[in-house]
Design a protein around this ligand. Structure first.
Ligand code: HAM
Length: 426
């Protein structure tokens, strides 16, 4: 028997209503904030991610699924994130010619060769947004407001928003030197990974969860103290916008994010219901990415992305799906006698064509078993057909929740079922 590969999961019909509910909510909210959907290919040139995300990051260093379809072709990679692909598409199709600000969202599956654990998969889903073309603190705040509105609308209300500023590239370079000077006398006490990061990306040492390093990290110089005045003003402005939206946040001086393209604002949403993998979402400003990807002009941008599996774990723990019903049939047609079969199948087909979700047994089971199945599926009504009904052309329609039964003509039944659907939609 074949099984799913480690770090991947099937999404079964018993779970799919959760995904549909989330996706419908997302599409409604992205639309409300003026975002249009973009879909990009699942694989791209490896160099796009190497350059975009950064050679020294964990994602590029050890987590990408890369392959060469033919010996002579460039290396390709299953996308580990969406931001580089979305910026590539924006530049490739000159979307800035259509509008000065392009607001794009996605709901996409991604691939990272990480060690699988609760909330961490090798194939996982993200939703996210990229606001491309604006270099204003208002667009950073709007992105954060969008993210918070989505989580609130889905019922996840008590997570912690952490923000930081990574400043402009010059401030960050200055900070990098300060950090190296600070960690140098303690180099021998660093763990192996931090020793590597000391050379490649000392800011990432601050991300370490190693308990032995926490005091050293705590006393390290703060990035905020290395920011120049313009970067400070930008960060202050983002904060006042968030206050105007009544969005609570904490400033986390150690928040550096695991992707290299960020400048100025960086943020993460931390969930209370998750274990070690507690980041529900993350994002920030990435003004430098367009030039890294070969654009002559700087195309400023800001965005966020959230993991859907982690969102579902959280919503399950908060019992937020219990009110959401899986797709249930409006009517289940129950056969009392075999003679009613032709009529019943024809009627079910007519119902379906007219827009009524109708179901019928395909196993030739007893009436009792058919009733049990109708209940299991959560059908609103059952329509019972036997010899007597066929002769009189009047049929028994039973509302399962109230057990109320009526005898009606087929025409009246259709009207009733269509009304029931309208009531559900309203
Ligand atoms: P990221 O922090 O790498 O950012 O990922 C965003 C979110 O994706 C995480 O907070 C987490 O919820 C989810 N996630 C990441 N890896 C996994 C995994 N292996 N299994 C399950 N969920 C995972 C980015 O990807 C940036 N592109 C975000 C961004 C958009 N920045 C600007 N625009």
């Amino acid at each position: 028997m074949f099984k799913t590969i480690k770090g991947t999961k099937d999404i079964l019909p018993s779970e799919i209503h959760k995904w549909h509910y989330i996706e419908t909510t997302l599409r409604r909210l992205f639309h409300r904030f003026g975002y249009q959907e973009i879909r990009t290919p699942v694989f791209e040139e490896t160099a796009l991610f190497q350059r975009g995300i950064g050679e020294t990051t964990d994602i590029v260093g050890k987590e990408m699924y890369s392959f060469r379809p033919e010996e002579s072709s460039p290396s390709l990679t299953l996308r580990p994130e969406m931001t580089a692909s979305v910026m590539r598409a924006h530049l490739q199709h000159n979307l800035s010619n259509i509008s000065a600000t392009t607001k794009l969202f996605y709901i996409s599956e991604l691939f990272r060769k990480e060690r699988p654990q609760a909330g961490r998969q090798r194939q996982f889903w993200q939703f996210g947004s990229e606001c491309i073309g604006s270099q204003t603190p208002e667009s950073d705040a709007e992105t954060i407001a969008l993210m918070m509105t989505i989580f609130k609308a889905l019922g996840v209300k008590h997570s912690t928003l952490k923000i930081n500023s990574l400043g402009d590239p010059e401030s960050r370079l200055k900070y990098r030197e300060q950090l190296q000077a600070y960690f140098k006398p303690h180099f021998d006490t660093l763990d192996d990974i931090s020793k590597v990061r000391f050379e490649t990306n000392p800011l990432r040492i601050l991300d370490s969860k190693n308990p032995d390093l926490q005091t050293l990290i705590h006393d390290a110089p703060k990035l905020i103290d290395a920011l120049d005045q313009d970067s400070m003003n930008y960060f202050q402005h983002v904060q006042s916008c968030l206050k105007a939206y009544s969005i609570d946040f904490e400033i986390d001086h150690r928040l550096v994010r695991g992707l290299d393209y960020y400048s100025h604002t960086a943020f993460e949403l931390i969930g209370n219901e998750l274990g070690a993998q507690n980041a529900l979402a993350g994002g920030g400003r990435y003004d430098g990415l367009s030039k890294i990807l070969g654009s002559k002009q700087l195309v400023p941008a800001v965005g966020f992305a959230a993991g859907i599996e982690r969102l579902i774990i959280t919503m399950d723990k908060l019992d937020l799906f219990s009110e959401i019903k899986p797709n249930a049939p409006t009517v289940y047609v129950v056969l009392q006698t075999k003679e009613a079969k032709t009529w019943a199948f024809k009627t079910v087909h007519q119902f379906r064509v007219k827009g009524i979700a109708a179901e019928i047994d395909l196993q030739e089971r007893s009436m009792k078993a058919q009733m049990r199945e109708a209940n299991r599926l959560g059908a609103q009504y059952v329509l019972i057909v036997g010899q007597r009904e066929l002769e009189s052309q009047m049929y028994a329609l039973k509302h399962l929740e109230s057990s109320k039964q009526e005898t009606l003509s087929l025409e009246d039944i259709e009207t009733k079922l269509l009304n029931a659907i309208e009531l559900c939609i309203a």
